[in-house]
Design a protein around this ligand. Structure first.
Ligand code: ADP
Ligand code: MG
Length: 266
């Protein structure tokens, strides 16, 4: 049972592309690693942006999250070190595009990731962050079925709330059918531009609707954050002082603080 484990498996999901899932996975993971947590990112997007953004070249991806879902390789056989101490990654490859063909008919198709991380190997990491593709497909379902919680990056734009209700509905469905313990870890507002009145409005709407599920930290739109992946580095390593990096450090401390509260309440 995942409930008895001491690690925390957090799926970073939003069916929209370009909202900051991968950026949040990489930089939150880096910030958690920097404060001494041992962190694993599982890249479940065939695009492999989390892998590339952490400096893992395609030729180094001999084994990947595809092999993990196929059940042919374990966590320790697929995991790689990153440029960040304490941060590890199971990279993805384009093979993931064929996963429905490979396991779509299997009765345990939704539980492949959960099974892969249910052993002792996964307990070596205090946090496991799963970076999802921008859709509700079998990969995202595997990620939600394996997780304790879902972290939702939400871009500060007009249609943000609309997409969010769809996402929360999906989380509810997964909770009812596959994973009763699945919780919302939190909602993080990304690419915030303080000069944009609409963005301010979106922030206040989201806070009104979702209250304390929304993190206080706002991730600003910041060019240094968008440059970092092309150097194969998290923003926090590329430019620690920039506003985006500082915001992700602040987000990590909020996440840790909430974890403490959650554990104390349990
Ligand atoms: P997703 O994984 O949801 O598709 P990404 O994290 O890849 O989204 O972000 C989409 C694009 O926006 C990327 O080019 C990324 O570098 C950029 N980006 C993400 N967060 C920020 C930010 N805070 N400021 C500026 N650019 C950002
Ligand atoms: Mg992504």
């Amino acid at each position: 049972m995942i409930g008895t484990k001491k690690n925390r498996v957090i799926t970073v999901a939003n069916q929209k592309g370009g909202v900051g899932k991968t950026t949040t996975a990489i930089n939150l993971a880096t910030a958690l690693a920097a404060i001494g947590e041992r962190v694993l990112i599982i890249d479940l997007d065939p695009q492999g942006n989390a892998s590339t953004g952490l400096g893992i070249s395609r030729k180094d991806r001999a084994h990947s999250s595809f092999d993990l879902l196929m059940g042919t390789h374990s966590v320790s056989q697929t995991v790689l070190k990153t440029v960040v101490p304490n941060l590890y990654i199971i990279p993805s490859t384009m093979d993931l595009l064929g996963i429905e063909m490979e396991i779509g008919q299997a009765s345990d198709r939704a539980f492949r990731l959960r099974r892969a991380i249910s052993g002792d190997e996964a307990l070596e990491y205090s946090y496991i962050l799963v970076d999802c593709p921008p859709s509700f497909n079998l990969l995202t379902i595997n990620a939600m079925a394996a997780a304790h919680s879902v972290l939702v990056p939400l871009q500060c734009e007009f249609f943000a709330l609309e997409g969010l209700s769809q996402l929360l509905e999906t989380v509810n469905e997964v909770r009812q059918s596959l994973n009763p313990q699945l919780d919302i870890q939190g909602i993080v507002l990304t690419m915030f531009d303080s000069r944009n009145n609409l963005a301010q409005q979106v922030v206040s709407d989201v806070r009104t609707h979702l209250g304390d599920k929304v993190y206080h930290t706002l991730i600003p739109r910041n060019v240094r954050v968008s440059e970092a992946p092309s150097y194969g580095k998290p923003a926090i390593l590329y430019d620690l002082k920039c506003a985006g990096s500082q915001a992700y450090l602040q987000l990590a401390s909020e996440v840790i603080q909430r974890e403490r509260q959650r554990k104390a309440a349990a």
